[in-house]
Design a protein around this ligand. Structure first.
Ligand code: PLP
Length: 450
């Protein structure tokens, strides 16, 4: 490794960071993380922190997951790459697809299409949805619906269904045929409704209204996160996802669950769909599928959708989509080891218990610090604090103040993620009660110094 002086001096000089302004990265060089162990990371100065971000919602099993590391290194020695485009495959993807079919059976999903990550998966799911309708003779079903505040990755189709202007405006025009409906976000919504159940019903009514307005026979799919993540952790009322499933079924619209964050235990259930008791038609998974150690993803397909493709005799079901790294043998080896370890450790159960502790602790912080306008969570280990300069007007806190909370919390030994006026927490699912206490006390310090 280069010396810390070299790293600090060159930080952000020659690379552009994703989701950052290049000038901001130059003015405020990023923290340089050089080691990870358990649920902790270490920066270039040797400062050790509990990673309350869990990498980027993906390092569910922490940084010392030996089975995944071993699987990657032995697969690199045995077969570092081969493609699974038509005509060839590898042993790992065959085994992994079988394991995933078992894992996702309660969600009604049985076939896997492998990708290199979440954005790739979203793109594939949206394409397969259109293709499904074409095979069935409904070629006019090409539109997509999604929620405002939703995040579906960075590719152009994914950005088109994205519900956050920050990821759209500078890249417009985006894809035609994508329409958005209000999110079940109790703190701010166009209905001025604070009751979660009533808001869920209003949001569902807006979905149905939009479907009728567009004409159901033009809509291919609704894509949705079971708990909105990057948009600021927005858990819907428990009636929302079942209601959405019912509306999609009523109008012949496919339901795509974007579970890039929620698959593999984060909500306290093994999938976000199962958490709400719904079965999607397609599901996008990535991130924790390899514990973040290798870029990989799997789009899961329901029996009913799969049969339409597999029984096609017209040739329309030939899949004209795929990535060089689809089904990468090293990624697949990592995913096999990761899935075994995820189940062995029963991390979903820990996520539920620790998530409740974290959520309760954050609510106590809200009672103490006026700057916290809203606390969201209660569905496993994904929580957010929305910071405001005034609780009545709900004016978002300024960048400098939230930056100060971030810095003091960092110095107190906890890494948190700032996104707009939200603090987002998504720690590894293996965290202990002591780690939760440390996250809360570091945040308390951060707020106390304002
Ligand atoms: C719900 C959701 N979908 C898609 C993506 C995109 O995944 P990736 O960054 O792996 O391309 C993300 C990333 O955070 C996500 O949270």
């Amino acid at each position: 490794m280069r010396t810390s002086n070299y790293l600090k001096e060159n930080n952000a000089k020659r690379l552009w960071h994703p989701m950052a302004h290049p000038a901001d990265s130059l003015a405020n060089p990023p923290d340089i993380i050089v080691e990870g162990e358990g649920v902790e990371i270490v920066d270039v100065d040797g400062h050790r922190l509990v990673d309350a971000v869990g990498g980027l919602w993906n390092v569910n099993l922490g940084y010392s997951c030996e089975p995944v590391k071993q699987a990657i290194s032995s697969q690199l020695n045995r077969l570092p790459y081969y493609s699974i485009f038509r005509g060839t495959t590898n042993d790992n993807v065959i085994e992994l697809a079988e394991m995933l079919a078992t894992f996702f059976a309660p969600d009604g999903l049985s076939r896997a299409f492998f990708t290199s990550g979440g954005s790739d998966g979203v793109e594939i799911a949206l394409r397969l949805a259109r293709q499904y309708h074409k095979i069935r003779g409904e070629a006019g079903r090409v539109k997509f619906l999604s929620l405002k505040k939703g995040y579906h990755g960075t590719h152009t189709l994914g950005a088109s269904v994205n519900g956050n202007a920050n990821f759209r405006t500078q890249y417009e025009p985006l894809m035609p045929g994508c329409f958005h409906t209000p999110a079940p976000y109790t703190y701010r919504n166009p209905f001025n409704e604070t009751d979660p159940e009533r808001l869920a019903q209003l949001c569902l009514a807006a979905v149905e209204d939009e479907i009728k307005f567009q004409d159901p026979s033009t809509i291919a799919a609704f894509i949705v996160e079971p708990v909105l993540g990057a948009g600021g952790v927005i858990p819907p009322h428990k009636s929302f996802m079942p209601g959405l499933r019912a509306i999609c079924s009523k109008y012949g619209i496919l339901l795509i669950a974007d579970e890039v964050i929620t698959a593999f235990g984060r909500t306290g259930s093994w999938t976000g769909s199962r958490h709400w008791g719904v079965q999607p038609d397609l599901l996008c998974s990535a991130k924790a599928i390899t514990n973040g150690y290798f870029p990989f993803g799997a789009v899961m397909v329901s029996d009913a959708v799969a049969e339409v493709f597999e029984n096609d005799k017209s040739g329309k079901a030939a899949i004209g989509s795929g990535y060089t790294y689809s089904g990468h043998p090293v990624g697949a080896a990592a995913a096999i080891a990761c899935l075994k370890e995820t189940e062995r450790l029963n991390v979903a159960a820990n996520a539920a218990v620790r998530g409740d502790e974290l959520f309760a602790g954050l609510q106590a912080l809200k009672a103490k610090h006026d700057v916290i306008g809203d606390v969201r969570g209660g569905e496993g280990l994904m929580c957010a604090l929305e910071l405001v300069s005034d609780r009545v007007s709900k004016a978002p806190i300024d960048k400098k103040t939230i930056g100060k909370v971030h810095r003091v919390t960092y110095e107190a030994g906890v890494m948190i993620r700032v996104s707009g006026n939200n603090i987002i927490l998504s720690p590894p699912l293996i965290i202990s009660a002591a780690d939760v206490a440390k996250i809360l006390s570091a945040l308390d310090k951060g707020f106390s110094e304002l």
